[in-house]
Design a binder for this molecule. Structure first.
Ligand SMILES: Cc1cc2nc3c(=O)[nH]c(=O)nc-3n(C[C@H](O)[C@H](O)[C@H](O)COP(=O)(O)O)c2cc1C
Length: 187
């Protein structure tokens, strides 16, 4: 049984430039999605909804992000377009993260709950040596074009995407300062 402290500490974001371009086993995706569902939610609203894009839909997603960026920018940065082309060639799957806002609990609680579901996906990936991913809130998240792609209703927020790909191995360096952000108050 792996140690929970190690799992939390060793969780990493892996970015498209690290992806080999190989396609991930669908079983990895379904495990992530199943575990996401065990996140806590106030009043059990289960506010998350996920849409997985695979195959040609991955390229279509990046084409849309690129077109939408160009259409809504006064000045287009060609480096950004090049980066999207690179990302499209390396990404295996994209999980659209959609949060459904109820009128049962405050909006921030629904979003916090969705973030916990994403953390479950992150942690699930830790067990697969050759699977990596990261939460992206760039790539036109929640813009009209993406809202339409993911069929968002007016009470839904597109909270970005979990971008996934095959990696050669996990990175070990943690991007964390060498201090703890907590106070222990003893009475
Ligand atoms: C809400 C949220 C949004 C993020 N959005 C982006 C993003 O748009 N682009 C990006 O490169 N990384 C994004 N990240 C990933 C961070 O870059 C990453 O967590 C950070 O570099 C720390 O690395 P680690 O996850 O390996 O600890 C996001 C993370 C969170 C929690």
């Amino acid at each position: 049984m792996p140690d929970i402290n190690d799992i939390i500490k060793n969780r990493r974001s892996h970015f498209p430039k690290e992806f080999t371009g190989d396609i991930l086993d669908e079983a990895i995706l379904t495990q992530c999605l199943k575990n996401a569902h065990w996140a806590p939610s106030h009043k059990l609203t289960f506010p998350w909804r996920f849409t997985v894009l695979s195959g040609t839909l991955v390229q279509e997603f990046y084409d849309l992000a690129s077109r939408d960026y160009v259409n809504h920018s006064d000045v287009v940065n060609p480096k950004k377009i090049e980066k999207l082309v690179m990302m499209a060639s390396k990404t295996s799957h994209i999980i659209g993260i959609i949060c459904t806002i109820s009128d049962i609990v405050p909006k921030w609680e629904e979003q916090a709950s969705c973030a916990m579901a994403v953390q479950n996906m992150y942690l699930t990936l830790s067990q697969f040596e050759h699977a990596g991913g990261y939460w992206s809130t760039g790539l036109r998240a929640n813009k009209q074009a993406m809202r339409e792609l993911f069929n968002c209703n007016s009470n839904e927020i597109h909270m970005g995407n979990f971008i996934m790909g095959h990696i050669a191995s996990k990175r070990e360096v943690a991007a964390r300062p060498n201090y703890e952000k907590y106070a222990l108050r003893k009475g």
